[in-house]
Design a protein around this ligand. Sequence first.
Ligand code: NAD
Length: 357
Amino acid sequence: MSATPIRREGHILITGGAGFLGTNIAAALAARGDDVLIFDNLSRDHVRENVSWLQQRYSHRISLRAADVRDLDAANDAVRGARAVIHLAAQVAVTTSVADPIADFEVNARGTLNVLEAVRRHVPQVPLLFASTNKVYGKLLPIEALARQGQRYVPRDPQDAAGFGESTPLSLYSPYGCSKGAADQYVLDYARIYGLKTTVFRMSCLYGPHQFGNEDQGWVAHFLISALRGEPTSIYGDGYQVRDVLEVDDAVSAYLLALEKADAVSGAVFNLGGGPENTLSLRELLDAIERMEGRPPAVSFHDWRPGDQPWYVSDTRAFTRVADWTPQVNVETGLRRLHDWLLDSSVVQQARREAVA
Ligand SMILES: NC(=O)c1ccc[n+]([C@@H]2O[C@H](COP(=O)([O-])OP(=O)(O)OC[C@H]3O[C@@H](n4cnc5c(N)ncnc54)[C@H](O)[C@@H]3O)[C@@H](O)[C@H]2O)c1
């Protein structure tokens, strides 16, 4: 793969395209014959492996621009000739944002503004999809609004069980929540003020192949990686907290549908996640790992982390209505798929080699 962009008219630009979601979207686009320009500063650990994987399979369809969204000139250059932009590049961890809120702001808020300005100047007619987060809704239900049921919390008010929709008031919590929330609002505003075809997905937890989860982000993959490497997992909070989880193939299909239906979804925001049918608590994930591995993973418990939502489930019906989309991969199948992918991955193989050496 070339480190410099191969200029192709009509490419689809994916910022953060070397990351977990970006790699899966890039593979799906390349497989159906689209040219993809990945724009990524390769700052996340292991994402070079994703690029190599893409290179082996689709080298003629995929080019890489190793650059940073904080660089407006590079963003301007990358959007020229694009026929769609998928903006995923981000500082992705709440913990890192708390440690360095200015760097987090520069990448997530300013970087997004750079991408928007580049699109406005050079390709104002093309769709732009942005990956926002459920963190823009804040903590939502406090523990007092939840009851324990088995290995998870459930909302005491049955109305909450349908999940949170897009009209949930914004309550930006944590520097990451603030920087992604600012970006989310800029993306929507560029549709209102400049008429760009922008769409925001407020995503819950995604999981699947090519996810190099760590303690700070990507908990499903992180728990699995730790177990497969024989390392203990730290649980922050009591482990009964619940998320809806979406297998990455279902996320990819949502992004492809949004590109297809760009006019219908322009200027709109959609919650994207597994919804009430696909939820998982931390403790339930540990149980699932035990079933797959035949032994319980080692864990230790620690205080809650700032901004952690004890219960968050997306109401995804708005996107279902507009795009006829529903998740197809259930949690058990998705976890097995990620488990099997991780078994062959470098992060697990390397630890296993070291253990026998
Ligand atoms: N994975 C999830 O569960 C989830 C949930 C909600 C929102 N999101 C959002 O979805 C997007 C993709 O998430 P992901 O899980 O694929 O994350 P990821 O960390 O795997 O991918 C992000 C990519 O962005 C790149 N990047 C980071 N800073 C950059 C910069 N300054 N310039 C250019 N590239 C940069 C990284 O190298 C990485 O390849 C992110 O915007 C994230 O905030 C993800």
